[in-house]
Structure formats: structure tokens, C-alpha cells
Ligand binder design. Structure first.
Ligand SMILES: *Cc1c(COP(=O)(O)O)cnc(C)c1O
Length: 421
């Protein structure tokens, strides 16, 4: 079956609810769960019986969300977390230890950047960063035996598009775990099918869409019986769990080595709200991805000189060929405007009537933010350059409003700012 938006629309609306009994997902807020007898308690703790143990390591509402997102990503299992950063820190702490090295490819969300460069670094995990085109560096680090590669499906806010398939192939040759942050492109890109091992989302963004629930989720492939990279010597510390738990081992590795000890768990109310968003994800992604292309085109034609729009759908964009080849369904809700100076960017933002000024993306509403003075205010010039952040850069996340109305809003604000500065 062709896995287009219609396919996912059917899948998501049918699997979020239930056909018998309550149609909406049920919320189980209990922190603790009674066991049938002592033997069952022993089996639950051993992972031999699949029943709720204690809400820090999972609850039935989270389990429903996990099974739906896992199907959506073509995964074997998933773990819902307290936030997107919760998912990323769960995966990194479950697999990395002092002395290991992680390679980060492309631009990164601010929190992921500081997690790697400050927090993980403080615990002795080394890192290196490179651009999506820097294949030589990628190969050299992979050859040297690094432990994990991190990458975003679309650079935020650089909008650089990595060749996920090629990088995943390289990670498979050198038996190195690849985690892809797919927050910007749920349903548009399926990293596990392209060869990645782990996909993470901030479900706060597109998956929910309504900005009513902070959440994250990590989705895993099955552990293979033969030629499994986890059985490489460099992952020796997880071999015991992997051998015992077989194909589903990614889940107990993350639960026992991160969730149990650090508690970045999702809560039932949040997971319920996230599922309400998930039911309409395919409709929203289709609409928003059509709108982004339309808004970018109108802005490219009509913006005054001094304000430039950037989006991979435009033939002027450096990743336009990659967009046409590997991002056929779109590359998510973001586009950027470069106003040249911060002063002009502020003036444009303050004149907007439709877009909301906030540090979020993937919302049902159109959002805009000046990058250098907010998310990147703590970062030095080099870091900003690496992440594609210039002084006049505004990040826009397109919402469900009428695309012509959105474009009109940015055009009137740009005209105003150009006249003033
Ligand atoms: C927002 C975001 C995160 C972090 O998610 P939270 O839910 O805010 O913790 C991670 N990655 C990307 C690409 C994001 O946009």
C-alpha cells in the first residue's frame, strides 16, 4: 500500500481510539499498580510479563501513545518521555559513558546543542560537530570508533537537508548507532526505513500541534538476530540486556539505564493530549507543507529588497536538489527570513498581526521569532554561524491559517520595516 497522507490518516484515527468501549484514549493517572501475586511481581520486574510496574517506567496511557507512534515511524517499540529533551537525554545517557565520543551532523536545536556541548561534556562524553556535506569528517570519526551519531532531519533554523540515507548507510558499515531527531518532519521522513536505529520527536511540536502538552518520544528498530551492530565490542555494557531481551532490547536498555534512574517519563494526561493531536497529524502536515511552499513562493516574488526568504522548495536554495529527491512530501513547517540586521528584524516582528511571537515550532498557529536575541543569545559567533543564525534571521513556523493571509502579513510587516530601517 502507498504510504501517503491518506494511509496515515486512516491508520492514526483508527488506532488512537478504541472500537469497543471508550472511543477516546483513556487516561490512567495511577502512579502505582497492584500485582496479582508475588510471582507476577517477579515476572513483571524481569520483563517477562508485560504489565504496569510503576508509573516512572511506564503507564497504560503512555503505552497507547507509544504503540501508535511506533507504527507511524515503522518502529518496533517506543518510549514516551516528559519532553523532546527528555527523549534525547534518555537515549544519550542510556548509551554513552565517560570517554565515549558522539558526532553531531548539521545544525541543532539549542537544547540538544547544550546537552552535548555542556551537560554530556561535563560527564566526560566528547563530541565533534560537522556540516551535512562534510562526508570526510563523518567517515574519519566513524572509522575512529565513535559511539553515536546525532542528526536532525531538517536543520533548525539552518534548513539544511542531510542525506539521511547515505549517512545511515555509513553508520551501518561502521556499526555505529544513529539517532535522528524527526521533530520537524513526522510522516514526511521515516528515518528508520532509511537505516537509522533510533528516532526521537519533541511531540510538543507537530505531533500535538495544539501547544497544550509538553512531550517527547523515542522510537526504536528491532534488535536483529544476525549482524547486529549493538553486539559490536564498543557497546559491551548493553550486551547483557540485549542478549536476554532479544528483538525488543532497545526498550529495556533505555528504561533500565535512563528512565528508571533519571525519571524523564511522560505523564498520562500529557500523553492523552498528545494523542488528541496525533489523530489529525496527517491532515495538518499535508496542509502546512502545502502552505509553506506557497508562502515561500509569494514572499520570494514580493518581498522588498533587503529581506530575503529561505526555504528548500525555492530553486535558489542550496539544498533544492536534495529537497526534490528525498523530501518529496515536504520538509516541515519552517521557513526563514533574513532581514540583514537585528533592528530591521525587530521592526518586522513588531508589525506582525497574524503570526505569534514565541519560541516554538510546529504549532497550528503561525509563529515567528528572532533567533540571535533569543534561543541563540548565549552562543558565540562561531556557534551561531555553524547553526545558520545571522543577526537578521527570523524563523517562521507556518500554521493552519490561510496561506495567502500569512504571506500578506509578512509582506506588510517587511514593507514597514524596510521603510524605517
Ligand atoms: C523543541 C525541540 C526539541 C526539544 O523538545 P522539548 O519538547 O521542547 O523538550 C528537540 N528537537 C527539536 C528539533 C525541537 O524543535
Amino acid at each position: 500500500m502507498k504510504k501517503d497522507f491518506n494511509y496515515y490518516n486512516t491508520l492514526l484515527v483508527q488506532s488512537v481510539g478504541s472500537k469497543v468501549g471508550p472511543i477516546a484514549p483513556t487516561i490512567t493517572p495511577s502512579a502505582a499498580f497492584g500485582y496479582e501475586d508475588a510471582q507476577q511481581a517477579e515476572a513483571i520486574f524481569a520483563g517477562e510479563v508485560n504489565a504496569p510496574l510503576y508509573a516512572r517506567v511506564g503507564n497504560p496511557t503512555n503505552a497507547k501513545l507509544e504503540s501508535v507512534v511506533s507504527q507511524m515511524e515503522g518502529g518496533f517499540g517506543a518510549i514516551a518521555t516528559s519532553s523532546g529533551m527528555g527523549a534525547i537525554s534518555m537515549v544519550t545517557t542510556a548509551f554513552l559513558k565517560a570517554g565515549d565520543e558522539v558526532l553531531c551532523i548539521g545544525g541543532f536545536f539549542g537544547g540538544t546543542y547544550t546537552l552535548i556541548t555542556e551537560t554530556m561534556k561535563r560527564f566526560g562524553v566528547n563530541n565533534s560537530f560537522c556540516g551535512v556535506d562534510d562526508i570526510e569528517h563523518i567517515e574519519e570519526r566513524l572509522k575512529s570508533g565513535i559511539k553515536m551519531v546525532l542528526m536532525e532531519s531538517v536543520g533548525n533554523p539552518s534548513l539544511r537537508l542531510p542525506d539521511i540515507k547515505m549517512i545511515a548507510d555509513m553508520c551501518n558499515v561502521y556499526e555505529t548507532l544513529l539517532m535522528v531527531d524527526n521533530t520537524a518532519t513526522p510522516l514526511l521522513i521515516r528515518p528508520l526505513e532509511l537505516g537509522a536505529d533510533i528516532v526521537v520527536h519533541s511531540s510538543t511540536k507537530n505531533i500535538s500541534g495544539h501547544s497544550a502538552a509538553l512531550g517527547g518520544i523515542a522510537v526504536f528498530r528491532a534488535v536483529k538476530e544476525n549482524s547486529e551492530k549493538l553486539f559490536n565490542e564498543k557497546y559491551a555494557e548493553v550486551h547483557k540486556i540485549a542478549k536476554k531481551m532479544g528483538s525488543k532490547a532497545f526498550i529495556p536498555i533505555c528504561k533500565k539505564r535512563a528512565i528508571r534512574d533519571m525519571g524523564m517519563t511522560a505523564n498520562a494526561f500529557g500523553s492523552f493530549l498528545t494523542m488528541l493531536g496525533l489523530e489529525t497529524l496527517s491532515l495538518r502536515m499535508e496542509r502546512i507543507n502545502n502552505s509553506v511552499v506557497r508562502v515561500a513562493k509569494i514572499l520570494e516574488e514580493k518581498l522588498p529588497e533587503g529581506v530575503n526568504v529561505n526555504h528548500p522548495s525555492l530553486s535558489s536554495n542550496q539544498d533544492h536538489q536534495m529537497y526534490r529527491r528525498a523530501f518529496k512530501q515536504g520538509c516541515g513547517p519552517l521557513l526563514t527570513l533574513d532581514c540583514g540586521t537585528a533592528q530591521r528584524a525587530f521592526s518586522l516582528l513588531n508589525r506582525l498581526q497574524v503570526a505569534i511571537l514565541t519560541a516554538n515550532i510546529g504549532d497550528n498557529r503561525t509563529l515567528a521569532l528572532h533567533m540571535r536575541s533569543t534561543i541563540y543569545s548565549d552562543f558565540d559567533e562561531d556557534t551561531c554561524r555553524f547553526n545558520g543564525v545571522t543577526d537578521g534571521l527570523i524563523r517562521v513556523s507556518i500554521g493552519l491559517e490561510d496561506p495567502d493571509t500569512i504571506a500578506e502579513d509578512f509582506l506588510q510587516a517587511a514593507d514597514h520595516s524596510i521603510k524605517r530601517y
